[in-house]
Design a protein around this ligand. Structure first.
Ligand code: G
Ligand code: G
Ligand code: MN
Ligand code: NA
Length: 253
């Protein structure tokens, strides 16, 4: 309850900050976009990771307000980078949306408001949802269809750790799969086979595939060989504040 009240204040006083991790094209290692990851500057405990406060926010409606803030801030940042002429190609921006927010009537309104306020084209926004929430929520599914019809890119995050099977993919309103790092980070050949299978199926269904958690050169090489489209991970860059993230995107253009 204390943490909940502190979250209220943090929202009111804007104590949140987004860090940005580049998403690179595997064939060139060039950034094609970013994933926004929230941090909380707590007055006593310092910089808190989302794992420490998102679960608390999810127990109340605070998660929707945090999600709304994140959508606005991430799209506003993208518009600022556009205005600075930071990149010759339009960068994408991925935002993590909580299952609770996805399953609420607020989400579509919040996404539309963020896009309107920033002027960002819907196709440049990636909405990441974890597959565990897809299970049988009619509002969530409805929202996904609506966002997709608006032109927003829908992505399944942490793919492979939840309940979605490859066979369900053609029926789901999604455009992108992000393969969880428990698969991409493994050296086992069984995991490589699994990634190969997921990529083949995803491509057959017209989805693009992101490999998460790439930490080394050999891993990046192997995943490129498995036909993954884009990747993220400490090997390319850690999540970082907007200023430094922008420098990364302008390095080799
Ligand atoms: O950045 P980090 O690795 O600490 O993120 C930990 C977890 O928090 C990840 O699962 C990520 O998806 C989630 N997360 C990061 N930012 C946000 C956000 O803005 N909203 C929600 N709902 N989850 C987030
Ligand atoms: O659940 P989601 O995929 O949104 O989580 C993103 C989280 O993964 C962030 O907390 C981010 O800091 C973390 N992350 C990003 N790249 C790597 C990596 O290469 N290795 C590990 N271990 N974590 C990573
Ligand atoms: Mn994510
Ligand atoms: Na993930």
């Amino acid at each position: 309850a204390l943490l909940e009240r502190e979250l209220e204040h943090a929202l009111a006083d804007e104590h949140f900050e987004l860090h940005y991790q580049p998403v690179v094209e595997m064939s060139t290692s060039r950034p094609i976009g970013f994933e926004a990851l929230i941090r909380w500057h707590h007055p006593v405990h310092g910089l808190l990771s989302p794992d420490e406060f998102i679960p608390v926010a999810e127990k109340s409606m605070l998660i929707n307000r945090i999600g709304r803030w994140t959508l606005h801030e991430a799209t506003a940042q993208l518009a600022r980078w556009d205005a600075e002429g930071a990149h010759p190609h339009p960068l994408t921006m991925a935002v993590n949306v909580s299952g609770r927010h996805l399953a609420s009537r607020d989400l579509v309104f919040d996404v539309r408001a963020a896009l309107d306020a920033s002027g960002i084209d819907p196709s440049r926004l990636v909405v990441e949802i974890t597959e565990t929430v897809l299970v049988d929520d009619p509002i969530a599914l409805d929202n996904m269809h609506t966002l997709r019809a608006m032109g927003v890119c829908m992505a399944i995050d942490d793919f492979g750790t939840g309940y979605t099977s490859i066979g369900q993919l053609p029926k789901l309103p999604v455009d992108m799969l992000k393969i969880d790092r428990s698969f991409t980070g493994s050296d086992e050949s069984a995991h490589h086979q699994l990634v190969r299978l997921i990529v083949e199926a995803a491509h057959a269904f017209g989805l693009t595939v992101v490999a998460e958690g790439i930490e080394g050169q050999a891993q990046a090489f192997a995943l490129h060989g498995l036909n993954v489209d884009t990747g993220q991970g400490f090997f390319f860059a850690r999540p970082q504040p907007a200023g430094r993230a922008r420098e990364l995107a302008t390095l080799d253009t």
